[in-house]
Write a protein that binds this ligand. Structure first.
Ligand SMILES: Cc1cc2nc3c(=O)[nH]c(=O)nc-3n(C[C@H](O)[C@H](O)[C@H](O)COP(=O)(O)OP(=O)(O)OC[C@H]3O[C@@H](n4cnc5c(N)ncnc54)[C@H](O)[C@@H]3O)c2cc1C
Length: 470
């Protein structure tokens, strides 16, 4: 057992002090901990990158970082990898790459643990969430009496669908197995577009693309990405990585921090996005690089807060236009909302709550759109639709964060009413249990599976109890 101390997440929006913190080094120790606290409240913590209150507990916190093994095996004409829950995604990617392999999907950073990333449906662009690909898991949980701790293999059916994206509610994930795919290279090119329709057309030839709505100038910037037919770095890829790190990961973020948190100048945000940012990007630089380098960035360098809303593909054009309208309205009290937005907000009885955001916050970060294929889980944000989803992210570097949180709450509520938007479980999370019951048709099944593995609700904290309506 470690000395209990204050635990803080990456975003520093969550602080709590558990009574006990454990870091078991093997299965026997893990089972002993569960047995000892079978009447208590247990949560697992990983890289602490979530902004929602998922890891919060006043009682027992378990850190699985000693479970960091990686075992690659051949199975049924394919290669699979079994990974200890506490292994960081970046270590998994590096180890697989040495063998000419990789995993089918990766998010924007690789600092999360494999169990932490999959527990919240972490995703990149153009593929399914990482959770979708899990073939089996080992989970430490309780028997039907809730008294005896045990480790179970989850390999199929509803338990597997629930465990793939479990928010830590089924028990402690010990290890999980994913398919491996051959390492691939990604070709990337930056393109500017005036409309979202133009950007979406690019997806046909660039299925891995992600794109950004640039605040204040309101054009779209696409990172057209496709799997290259070659297994070679091209287009001065090493130089491109250095440029991206220095100019975007470091330079752009430093300037933004300076403008929004130190100078606190809304006017400079306008100037920065209208007159400087367009010149930071090289339009005709076509570069090819290994997937684990091309698909990630150093987004963890500066502390920030993020809300991410998922809408289905058939609503993404309308959603983008609504988002732009609302962000302009939040920026300037003189902005006249479109008639369509007013009509929709009136129907949803949200016109009055507009006053909480009017002219109060200048959005200062590109709004990222990523395509996530519908996945085979019970409650990940991309579960249960017959079409692809688009994850639309809103990030702030400004502190204090009250004005952003008011805007994010308005966006979450209005996008729920207008587009049935789902909020990323691992990000800032203002949705309530009524909304979640409407959004997730399989939430009852999820609750049932959780109760079978944890009859006394030991693995639930206030957040999951309240949001999931246990
Ligand atoms: C800079 C940054 C960039 C990000 N980029 C992306 C992105 O590109 N795409 C995306 O979808 N998300 C992204 N996220 C969100 C992030 O991927 C998720 O919040 C993820 O869950 C964090 O993983 P973690 O290892 O930090 O887990 P934590 O935040 O520590 O925990 C997350 C959840 O996993 C549970 N958990 C962890 N380990 C176990 C275990 N062994 N057994 C049971 N439950 C467990 C915890 O209880 C908790 O419920 C980003 C976050 C940050 C800070």
């Amino acid at each position: 057992m470690k000395n209990a101390k204050i635990v803080q997440n990456f975003g520093r929006n969550l602080r709590f002090k558990p009574k006990y913190i454990y870091s078991p080094s093997n299965r026997v120790e893990l089972i002993d901990i569960l047995q000892k606290h079978n009447n208590g409240k247990i949560r697992v913590v990983a890289s602490k990158h979530s902004w929602s209150d998922l890891i919060e507990t006043e009682d027992v916190l378990i850190d699985m970082s000693h479970f960091d093994y990686i075992r690659v095996q051949e199975k049924n004409h394919g290669t699979i990898v079994t990974v200890g829950a506490g292994c960081k995604v970046k270590h998994l990617l590096a180890e697989l790459s040495r063998k000419g392999l990789t995993i089918p999907s990766v998010g924007l950073i690789a600092e999360q643990t494999i169990a932490g990333a999959t527990a919240t449906g972490t995703h990149g662009s153009g593929k399914h969430s990482l959770s979708h690909y899990i073939e089996s898991l080992q989970v430490a949980c309780f028997d039907e009496t809730g008294k005896s701790a045990k480790i179970v293999d989850i390999i199929e059916g509803e338990p597997l669908q629930a465990a793939r994206c479990s928010l830590g509610c089924l028990g402690v994930v010990v290890e999980l197995t994913l398919p491996c795919i051959p390492q691939y290279f990604v070709q990337e090119k930056s393109t500017f577009c005036k409309t979202i329709e133009e950007v979406l057309v690019l997806e046909e030839k660039a299925p891995l693309q992600q794109f950004f709505l640039m605040p204040q100038s309101w054009y779209f910037f696409a990172q057209e990405r496709l799997v290259s037919s070659e297994l070679k770095r091209r287009g001065f890829a090493a130089m491109y990585r250095i440029y991206w790190f220095l100019v975007i990961d470091l330079g752009m973020h430093l300037v933004m921090k300076l403008i929004v948190s130190i100078l606190r100048s809304r006017k400079l945000v306008h100037i920065f996005f209208r007159s400087i940012v367009p010149y930071l990007v090289f339009k005709n630089w076509v570069v090819t690089d290994r997937s684990d380098r091309a698909l990630v960035m150093k987004h963890e360098l500066f502390r920030h807060l993020e809300l991410e809303a998922f809408v289905v593909r058939s609503r993404v054009v309308e959603a983008a236009s609504f988002v732009k309208d609302i962000l302009q309205y939040a920026d300037s009290s003189n902005h006249q909302l479109s008639e369509l937005s007013i009509e929709r907000l009136q129907k949803a009885q949200l016109l009055e709550s507009l006053s909480s955001i009017k002219g109060r916050f200048t959005h200062h970060y590109p709004i990222c759109f990523r395509r996530v294929m519908a996945d085979d889980t019970l409650i990940s944000m991309a579960s249960g639709a017959s079409e692809d989803w688009y994850a639309i992210s809103f990030i702030t570097y400004q502190e204090p964060r009250d004005e952003f949180q008011a805007l994010a709450t308005f966006l979450a509520n209005s996008m729920f009413e207008l587009f049935q938007a789902r909020i990323h479980w691992g990000k800032w999370f203002p949705q309530n249990s009524d909304q979640l019951n409407q959004l997730y048709p399989k939430i009852d099944t999820f609750r049932d599976v959780c109760c079978r593995h944890d009859p006394n609700g030991v693995f639930r904290n206030r957040f999951v109890e309240e949001k999931l309506g246990f």
